[in-house]
Design a protein around this ligand. Structure first.
Ligand code: G3H
Length: 525
């Protein structure tokens, strides 16, 4: 097995500190080993990548206190700071972050098995997200640097922070999705306790110093450990104002349940999805197959936006199945740094077995594997099986597989699918393939009420990150995009005064003296 020297793991990375109150504090307690399911030797053996602190309740609560102190119930330096100064901190952070690209990309490949181009894209897209967020924040500030007058009342309205945010990201986008929560939360003046996901944790180590040195103490805090042992006790204190989580509704609900004052808790959640592809009889099959390949199987289907069920019209199912299955078998499996690999090792050791269970269940209930390599299992992978015909009774129909298996279900009448989607607990996106506008138009009008993005003749995706990313039912709470996230992590708050000479003179003095960070009509250019 040859691993390019620039990607080889020479020494394990021992993350011996956590970030609290502006300091990288040494952790003396238990640690957890971090393994990659990628082998470094010919004989299969998971690779030890390093260790991270296994923090406990006491340590977690101590870290929470530093976030609370920095927020100081709205009176801290960070929540009351001028926008321009917060921007400077963020710019400093992103400048430092850019210097860590290679290290972060290397750990993305080892920890979660994402291929090299996609790992690089994740890094670059995140940098772009931060830069776009800064620009949008400046615009928000410009738009707010004015007074409104109505019914004899002058109002100066801005968006203010919400408080202390607990931020938990997912393993499939441990950098991008996590930062899509973290960055807007911070820039809006909140303080944050952030716990990386179980997989995709060491890749954050190269960025800890940038977090430490770019922001005032206590604004960003990083903890490690099990959700149950550290995140749950933090929630139970009632000191968290925003739960920002990308993951699944079971963990989101379990954490919310810990919070004693639920009405005070704002939720920003990206949750499960089972986005369908619908292939209408007049669809351009070349295009539909190409989009379904990337939609179902890029990053092995481990994307919340992945196409997780394919509905194909009876008239074209034979042709579609034959060509799609052949294309699936042509996808190259290998380690993330290998040229042209599309399928890569699964980061969760139990995943191949779980996918096998879904396949076995479907086979028992009458489906077939229609591609030759489907279901071939190895130490860290299971080759994508295309299952046909899938029925409602099968587990793979109901469960979000989040891995390499593709259920294909035939349909005759489009109404069946609309009803299935309406019945489903998911509501993120759909891909619709076809061109007859008489057919498509009424479908679009219904589908937009069942999900939050209808992708016409293209696979589902989150990006471009300036577009709203959200979902209905169990798929999301709140909206994320560069623009919307700034709103999700803030609240409108304002200064109002009756329009009379006495008040107006005070306001004028406030503006002229530039003594208030809030009451200010200065523009950030
Ligand atoms: O895991 C869900 C991600 O938000 C998907 O993002 O569509 O850019 O892969 P993506």
């Amino acid at each position: 097995m040859s691993i390019p020297s620039n990607f080889a793991i020479k020494d394990p990375l021992h993350q011996t500190t956590y970030l609290k109150n502006g300091e990288l504090v040494a952790w003396k307690g238990k640690t957890d080993e971090v393994y990659s399911t990628i082998s470094s030797t010919k004989e299969y053996k998971p690779t030890l990548l390093g260790t991270v602190p296994h923090m406990d309740k006491e340590a977690a609560l101590d870290v929470l206190q530093s976030a609370c102190d920095a927020y100081a119930r709205g009176q801290g330096q960070w929540p009351t700071m001028k926008e321009a100064e917060r921007i400077k901190c963020m710019e400093n952070f992103v400048a430092q972050m850019k210097t860590k690209r290679e290290e972060v990309v290397k750990y993305l490949m080892w920890e979660i098995g994402k291929n090299l181009p996609d790992s690089q894209k994740e890094f670059d897209r995140t940098v772009e997200y931060i830069e776009d967020t800064i620009e949008d924040y400046k615009q928000l500030d410009r738009d707010s640097s004015k007074f409104s007058k109505r019914d004899g009342v002058n109002a100066h309205i801005r968006r203010g922070p919400l408080g202390v945010v607990l931020c938990l990201g997912p393993y499939n986008y441990p950098l991008n999705e996590t930062f899509a929560l973290l960055i807007p939360a911070i820039i809006m003046g909140n303080t944050v306790v952030f716990k990386p996901a179980k997989h995709g944790v060491l890749l954050l180590s190269p960025l800890l110093e940038a977090f430490r040195s770019s922001f005032p103490k206590g604004v960003v805090n990083v903890i490690y450990g099990r959700g149950r042992e550290v995140a749950a006790p933090i929630m139970a204190t009632g000191k968290i104002d925003v739960l920002a989580l990308i993951g699944n509704s079971t963990s989101a609900i379990a954490l919310q349940d810990q919070h004693p004052y639920k009405n005070r808790l704002r939720l920003v959640l990206g949750l499960e999805a089972k986005n369908p592809a619908i292939i209408l009889p007049d669809a351009d099959l070349d295009l539909a197959i190409e989009e379904c390949i990337s939609g179902t199987l890029s990053f092995n289907g481990q994307r919340c936006t992945a196409l997780k069920i394919v509905y194909v019209h009876e008239d074209i199912r034979e042709e579609f199945n034959k060509r799609y299955a052949k294309k699936v078998d042509s996808l190259k499996f290998g380690n993330p740094w290998e040229e042209g690999v599309k399928l890569t090792p699964l980061p969760e050791p139990g995943k191949p077995q779980y996918i096998k269970e879904l396949i076995d269940d479907a086979l028992e209930k009458g489906a077939r594997i229609i591609n030759e390599k489907g279901g071939e299992i190895s130490d860290n992978y299971i080759y994508p099986a295309v299952l046909y015909p899938v029925t409602k009774e099968m587990r793979v129909y109901k469960e979000e597989q989040f891995g390499p298996v593709v259920p294909v279900k035939p349909f005759k009448d489009i109404q069946e699918i609309l009803d299935e989607m309406a019945d489903s607990n998911y509501g993120q996106q759909v891909s619709l393939f076809g061109k007859d506008i008489q057919e498509i138009a009424p479908l679009i009008d219904t589908l937009v009420n069942l999900v939050c993005r209808v992708n016409l003749n293209s696979s589902c995706q989150r990006g471009p990150d300036v577009f709203p990313f959200t979902g209905r039912k169990d798929s999301a709470v709140g909206t994320l995009s560069v623009h919307d996230a700034l709103r999700s992590f803030s609240i409108r708050t304002f200064v109002a005064s009756k329009d009379n000479p006495y008040n107006n003179e005070i306001l004028q003095k406030l503006l002229n003296s530039k003594t208030s960070n809030f009451v200010s009509t200065d523009y950030i250019l």
